[in-house]
Design a protein around this ligand. Structure first.
Ligand SMILES: C[S@@+](CC[C@H](N)C(=O)[O-])C[C@H]1O[C@@H](n2cnc3c(N)ncnc32)[C@H](O)[C@@H]1O
Length: 480
């Protein structure tokens, strides 16, 4: 793999050269020559050099003008947005992750890299891996496509990716981190922050028994609120985690952020509950102060590639510092090997299998069916169903006395599929069928409003309000 320059000016120059090559390629329609691929391979996006978008910074005025001349307004906006999380992975770390996947039993199959950048993991994929990358920034996605023509690179937000559940054998990568929430009615109803959303969606798209190995923000593990970890644990067994020190990503990505590698195995019905000790992040005494650290790392200091300490300097509340005690890449390889050894001992190696018909349900989540959200109630052929978080429509028992009334209440048109989103009842003990219908993922805020994606809506108007069905036996105050 080509090495990217480190100094900001050289990085910017390499990026500009890559965009020029990209322009030539799109004008000629030719595939990139090896020489052009070398230039494209030095692309490192803008995460390490956000200053090029700072119009008040005189240092890079000339480069900024060149960039303006090379990008359309839309591309400029997309490029400036990459500054928050386009930090590429050191190839030696990516290689250690691939080698862990192979040791777990991966010998080939479909693999997703969500937020693929220019394709660090695609470039290091072993023979037999059929790679798909999803990348938001169109320029970066085009570069990845020219660098790895054998891979499928999709230029879109992963939040809008509509791939059926259980498609991939494995997922590998370094997800984008940000304290923002992306709208994804299929895979992020609970409104998790971006990095956790990416992990949860990656798991949903992975086959049972498949592996998800991703670098993520340390806050996936250390956030006080365990909601995301619980949601991850519902879908997967944590085979192990490794905490990388500050500075691990400085050379390649120009960031001091602390990251964690999580190695997860998608549940296939055989997982044990023994992995639940990673749900809590509890105060740890770090000398000058105390910070919440996941109990997994408190109990397994060997999985932290450095010494953890309290850094009072940067924020009022203090911050974690992890000081490397040696070379990171070989330490990462060792830590990954420990995870593999544990997984083998527990019989939790990489064994992806296709979803069963029952798991797939009557309709998998396909692009044509994304109007069925988690929690959707539907009525077809005399049967009521509810869409679960796994994308399956499970049969819902509705008392006979309410079977006639319920579809009428939905008022969502005359098509055979109708949608309704439950809202919490004001009663303390709602009927059991309602509780079943309303048992959405924990952090979901149910709403009585149709989102406008109702099949068969007579007006087709977005946001049409759908009355909540209220059984006649409920007190008057509960009817709205
Ligand atoms: C941390 S970088 C990792 C890049 C690459 N996977 C690697 O490891 O070198 C995250 C990447 O995700 C991309 N990204 C950010 N938001 C995204 C979104 N909503 N959908 C898809 N990609 C996104 C960024 O542009 C960036 O390229």
């Amino acid at each position: 793999m080509p090495t990217v320059p480190r100094a900001p000016g050289a990085r910017i120059a390499a990026n500009l050269a890559a965009i020029r090559v990209l322009r030539e390629l799109s004008e000629t329609g030719h595939a990139a020559t090896p020489e052009q691929q070398r230039t494209l391979g030095a692309w490192s996006s803008w995460g390490a050099v956000p200053q090029v978008f700072d119009e008040s910074n005189p240092t890079y005025v000339a480069q900024q003008e060149q960039l303006r001349g090379l990008l359309s307004d839309t591309e400029w906006d997309a490029a400036s947005r990459t500054t928050i999380n386009a930090h590429y992975t050191d190839p030696t770390f990516a290689a250690a992750m691939w080698s862990g996947l192979a040791d777990l039993g991966f010998t080939g199959g479909t693999v997703l890299e969500p937020g693929c950048g220019s394709g660090t993991f695609i470039g290091l994929a072993p023979e037999g891996a059929r790679m798909t990358g999803v990348e938001l920034d169109p320029v970066t996605a085009a570069i990845a496509g020219h660098l790895y023509p054998q891979a499928t690179v999709v230029a879109e937000s992963f939040a809008t990716t509509r791939t059926p559940a259980g498609t991939y054998d494995a997922v590998i990568g370094n997800v984008p981190f940000a304290n923002v929430t992306l709208t994804d009615p299929v895979h992020n109803q609970a409104r998790h922050v971006m990095h956790n959303h990416f992990i949860l969606k990656s798991l949903a798209l992975t086959k049972p028994g498949g592996t998800v190995a991703v670098l993520t923000s340390r806050y996936t593990m250390d956030a006080q609120n365990p909601a995301a970890r619980r949601a991850i644990a519902e879908q997967a067994v944590l085979l192990g985690a490794v905490r990388l020190p500050n500075g691990a990503h400085q050379r390649t990505a120009g960031t001091q952020v602390i990251t964690d590698l999580l190695v997860l195995r998608k549940r296939d019905g055989t997982g044990s509950a023994a992995d639940l000790d990673w749900e809590r992040a509890e105060p740890a005494d770090l000398g000058e102060g105390s910070l919440r650290i996941n109990t997994y790392f408190q109990q397994r200091p060997q999985q932290v590639l450095g010494a953890m300490s309290y850094d009072a300097g940067r924020y009022d509340s203090g911050d974690l510092r992890v000081t490397a005690t040696g070379e990171v890449a070989p330490a990462l390889e060792h830590a990954v090997r420990r995870i593999v050894t544990g997984a083998r001992a527990a019989g939790l190696t990489h064994h992806p299998r296709d979803l069963t018909d029952a798991e797939r349900g009557v309709a998998a989540l396909t692009g044509a069916q994304v109007d069925r959200f988690v929690g959707h109630l539907a009525h077809s052929g005399g049967q009521f169903t509810r869409r679960t978080a796994a994308g399956v429509d499970e049969v819902l028992e509705v008392p006979r006395t309410q079977q006639g009334e319920l579809p009428g209440c939905w008022g969502c048109g005359t098509g055979s599929w109708r949608c309704w989103r439950p809202r919490p009842p004001t009663l303390t003990t709602p009927p059991s069928w309602w509780r079943s219908a309303a048992s959405l993922p924990p952090a979901t805020t149910p709403t009585s409003r149709c989102t406008g994606r109702c099949n068969g809506s007579p007006s087709g108007a977005p946001g049409a309000s759908i009355p909540t069905p209220v059984p006649r036996s409920w007190p008057r105050s509960a009817r709205r």
